[in-house]
Design a protein around this ligand. Structure first.
Ligand SMILES: Cc1ncc(COP(=O)(O)O)c(C=O)c1O
Length: 368
């Protein structure tokens, strides 16, 4: 029986040639404000793909979030609204700046932040909002942006999982003030580790270029606080090729998701992935909600060599570390409900339609 992994990088001959070229050139990184050749080329291509004014490549999605908060001047005494139903990096990036994450529940119509709950969590100390496009599905950005505008707050999109996803015809990551992408090995396009920030603000872009290299300006003066968040040339070279493959990757994921939805639709006890109005997913993860049988389905799929997984079984506010920090009395009903029911199924481009039918078949033997 072949094993079907939840995600799998697709690395071909072109990536290997691109890496060799960098190694032969022997310029592996650049500490200048503008970055090396491959980094600059990646930033240009990504900017064109996303349709935004600036892209700043960094060494991870976490760095992208951290740098975005730093450039907005966020620090001790500030609060930043984040969902608890996310990867812990979203909240940890806030802690890195010395600010306090304030957890917002998910909406009824998606696994992303609820605009209503967001509004109720705004205080005079709120300094920014970080919606997450969880599982690659756009958050309800229209409503979230309205709350941001009403309260005069910047929006930093956590688009770590959502490269290629769109909302009302625009790419996720270009809908707020700053958008943060991850190129970790689990993501649609990858260099093992990597990240990028998209923005339309000239001044923020200039500062971010300095923040990623110790705040050092073109004249050599460390003019603001920064640290080493630079992307290396090898990673950028791989991503330059990966980005060219993104459309094909998206098509295959879409095809697999469509087939799974067809096979699972109208089955009792199975709630298909949400899609918000005007949103189009990149199908990073195909996540269903199961009424009762979630853990039995997970065990059966894993036993049958299907690497289905639960993201996120422990919402951030319920994790040991955040409980230690004092997040104890928090009640995020929809987040906690979802964390007990969701399960993500493999649909990456390496999964065949035959394997999709096998996955659906196994799931249905348990729930029906
Ligand atoms: C929602 C979310 N935010 C942030 C990150 C952090 O990205 P990275 O692992 O590249 O630091 C990830 C992924 O890993 C993520 O899934």
């Amino acid at each position: 029986m072949d094993r079907i992994s939840i995600n799998q990088p697709i690395i071909g001959r072109d990536e290997k040639i691109a890496v060799m070229r960098v190694l032969e050139r022997k310029i592996l990184t650049s500490a200048t404000e503008l970055g090396g050749n491959e980094v600059r080329s990646l930033e240009r291509s990504l900017k064109t793909y996303l349709g935004c004014k600036h892209v700043i490549a960094v060494n991870s999605g976490t760095s992208a979030l951290y740098a975005s908060l730093l450039v907005l001047g966020i620090g001790p005494g500030d609060e930043v609204a984040v969902p608890s139903f996310s990867f812990v990096a979203t909240a940890n990036a806030v802690l890195l700046t010395g600010a306090k994450p304030v957890f917002v529940d998910i909406s009824e119509n998606s696994y992303a932040m609820s605009a209503d709950d967001l509004q109720s969590k705004i205080t005079p100390n709120t300094a920014a909002i970080i919606p997450v496009h969880l599982y690659g599905h756009p958050a309800e950005m229209g409503a979230i942006r309205s709350v941001a505008v009403k309260n005069g707050l910047p929006v930093v999109e956590d688009a770590a999982q959502s490269v290629g996803a769109q909302y009302q015809g625009k790419h996720t990551g270009t809908l707020g003030d700053l958008g943060c992408f991850s190129f970790h090995a689990s993501k649609l396009i990858t260099s093992g580790e990597g990240g990028a920030i998209a923005t339309n603000h000239d001044e923020l872009s200039d500062k971010l270029r300095r923040i990623r290299t110790h705040g050092i300006a073109r004249n050599g003066d460390p003019s603001i606080f920064g640290t080493n968040l630079r992307m290396g040339e090898v990673e950028a070279a791989i991503l330059n090729i990966q980005l060219k493959r993104l459309t094909t990757f998206l098509d295959k994921r879409r095809r697999n998701a469509k087939e799974l939805s067809h096979l699972l639709s109208e089955k009792r006890g199975v709630i298909l992935p949400f899609s918000v109005k005007g949103g189009s997913s990149n199908w990073y993860l195909y996540t269903v909600s199961l009424d009762k049988a979630r853990d039995r389905v997970l065990a059966k799929l894993n036993h049958m060599q299907v690497d289905a997984r639960v993201y996120y079984r422990i919402p951030i506010h319920r994790s040991s570390f955040y409980r230690e920090l004092g997040y104890r009395g928090e009640s995020l009903t929809r987040t906690e409900h979802a964390s007990k029911r969701v399960i993500s199924l493999p649909i990456h481009p390496g999964v065949t339609l035959k394997q999709i039918r096998r996955i659906a078949g196994i799931l249905l033997t348990v729930v029906q």
